[in-house]
Design a binder for this molecule. Structure first.
Ligand code: R5P
Length: 290
């Protein structure tokens, strides 16, 4: 049984169609004081797959997911597989400054402790977080294949770029599928102010279509900086793909005015640029578990 929550973003229904497995919608209410309530409106026999993306409002959706898992265990599900298309709080995966909380540890440990028997997530900021904090089976699904297919016939003489060295593996996975070269832009973020700067680096972008690949567009600052930097070096066209389009504080205007010709995202977070669905990739991974 596939269980859709109010934060499934259409992905639960798509998975249900692909796998030909019944879907039910979780009953959800908000009490007058703002507390949320969930109920599984049917008997559960066998395994349940609950789909809940932790997009904004992150805290509410995190609680929604946790309550859903608990409710499904209580309703008799043999296994509850949590499908989390966007895993929020994943960027705070270590104590960058003394005294900070490791946010992703709390999120993952809660999901496991309320009763999830497996977790499927899409493009978690650091792949290693799942291995580090979960003891249940888990998978991190990358949308590289879908991104490569989307851009394959759109770009001339492409170069795939990561907006920083730490994200090079992500750009490489798309580039290899497109048979294109890849590189990264030197970026530094001030841990206290959050300000990001691009550092000069020699790159052969002259006359090429550059595809910048990142996991998240939040304010669009990182992407805009990368786009300006490749435009200045003579790129022919600048394209961008991200998995999770949070698009806060006027991100899209920031991105487009920086010279990006086309920007697309997956549907893990609903947005006007979410043109690529991750449902077939999740369904493929689920089929191995069910
Ligand atoms: C950072 O490490 C992430 O991979 C993204 O590059 C970042 O979160 C994007 O944020 P923004 O759009 O606000 O620059």
């Amino acid at each position: 049984m596939i269980v859709a929550t109010s934060s499934s973003n259409g992905i639960a229904a798509r998975i249900s169609k692909i796998l030909k497995v019944d879907m039910i919608r979780l009953e959800e209410k908000i009490f007058p004081d703002g507390e949320i309530y969930v109920r599984v409106p049917a008997k559960v026999n066998g395994d349940a797959v609950v789909v809940c993306s932790l997009n904004p409002p992150q805290e509410r959706n995190f609680l929604l997911l946790s309550l859903s898992i608990e409710a499904l265990v209580g309703a008799g599900a043999e296994n509850v597989i949590a499908v989390v298309p966007y895993m929020s709080y994943a960027r705070q995966d270590k104590r960058f400054l003394d005294g900070e909380a490791i946010s992703i540890k709390v999120i993952l440990k809660t999901i496991e402790s309320v009763g999830a028997s497996a977790l499927l997530a899409v493009d978690v900021h650091s792949q290693s977080s799942l291995d580090e904090w979960l003891t249940i089976p888990h998978a991190n699904i990358l949308p590289s294949r879908a991104v490569a297919e989307f851009f394959r016939d759109r770009l001339r003489n492409p170069l795939v770029l990561a907006p920083d060295a730490g994200a090079l593996w992500r750009a490489r996975s798309v580039a290899e599928l497109m048979g294109a070269p890849y590189d990264y832009i030197e970026k530094r973020r001030d841990r206290v102010t959050g300000e990001v700067i691009a550092l000069p680096k020699d790159m052969d972008v002259e006359g090429r279509d550059v595809l910048i690949v990142d996991d998240i567009i939040s304010t669009g600052g990182t992407l805009a900086l990368a786009a300006r930097s490749v435009k200045e070096r003579g790129a022919r066209g600048v394209y961008a793909a991200c998995t999770h389009a949070l698009l806060v504080r006027g991100a899209l205007d920031r991105v487009i005015s920086s010279g990006v010709d086309e920007v697309v995202a997956t549907d893990t977070v609903p947005s006007p640029i979410s043109k690529i669905t991750v449902a077939p990739l999740i369904a493929e991974e689920l089929a191995k578990l069910l």
